[in-house]
Design a binder for this molecule. Sequence first.
Ligand code: PBG
Length: 334
Amino acid sequence: MQSSRGDYPMTRMRRLRQHPWSRALVNETILSSADLIWPLFILPDAKGEQPIASLPGVSRRGIELLLKDVEEAVDLGIPAIALFPVTPTELKSDDGREALNPDNLICSATRAIRQRFGNAIGIVCDVALDPYTSHGQDGLLRDGVILNDETLMVLQQQAVVQAAAGASVIAPSDMMDGRIGAVREALDGSGHQDVCIMSYAAKYASAFYGPFRDAVGSKGNLGSGDKKTYQMQPSATDEAIHEVALDLREGADIVMVKPGMPYLDIVYRIKTEFQVPTAVYQVSGEYAMLCAAANNGWLDKEKCMLESLLAFRRAGADMILTYFARDAAKALRK
Ligand code: PBG
C-alpha cells in the first residue's frame, strides 16, 4: 500500500510553500528592472506624440517626450533603451539611403540622449534597412531577390554612422549572413572598437511582429512580402544554435532570441549551450495579446506581465527587450 505512494508522506513539497518567508528562501529566479531594455519609437516632429492602436499604452514620440521617457528609465533603473525610428514616407527609397544619413532620426535622437544623459543609460540602435526602404525589406532588393553581400556594405556604414552618433550597442536585426563580422570590422576600423554588438541571432520569420510594423510604418511597404529568405522558419531549433555559434565567432557580445514567449525552448537551449550574455525580445505581438486580454478584463495585466518576464529569466535570458519595461520596473519597485 505505502510503496505505491512513493516518498509520501515523508516528503511533502507543500511544506516550503506554506509561507511567504519560506517561498522567498527557496526562490530560484529573480526579475529586476536591471534586466530590462525598453524599446522606444521616435517621431520626426520634436513635440509630437502618436498612439499606436495595436500597441496599447505605447506611442511614437518626438525627441522632447522621448527625453522624458529616457529620464524615467534612468530613474527606474532600466539600464538601456532600444531606439526605432518612424521614417517619413518621402525619405524611404529603394536602397534605404536615409539609413546612412548622419542626421537621420535615430542618429539625432541618439546624439540628444547621449548629450543629456552621458553614459547613465545604454542606447541600443537597430541596424537593418526596413525602416528606410520603400519595399519594407531589411536588405537591398533586386528582381525580387535580397542581395546579401551588397547589403552587408550598407549595414557596415549604417552601424558606423550610428556609433558616431553615440550608440552604445549596435543591434543588427537584418539576418543577413556574415553581418556580425562585417559590422565588427567596420566599427573597429572607424575607432568604435568599444561599441558592443547585440546580435538578433535567432530571429524567426514570425507573425508576431505585426504591431511593430504598424508602429514604424513598414507594414504597408512590405505589403504581401515576407522575410522568409533571411529570418528563420518557426520549426527550426538546431539552426538557432548554428546561427548563434556563427555570430559569436564573428564577434557578437550579446545574442538574442526573438520572439520570446513562443520560443522559450530556444532561449533555454542557447543559454545552456553557450553560457554567453543572452537577450530575448518580447515582441510587439506578445505585448499586444497580453494587453488585449487584460483590457477585456480577462487577465490581470500586472500579474501576467511579471509572470511572462519571469519566465524569460527562468528559461535563461539575462536581459529582456519589452514594451512593458516601464510598467514592470514600476511594479517591481512596489
Ligand atoms: C526590424 C525589426 C523588427 C522588429 C525589431 N526590429 C521587425 C521585423 O523584422 O519585421 C520586431 C519587433 C517587434 O515585433 O516588437 N528588422
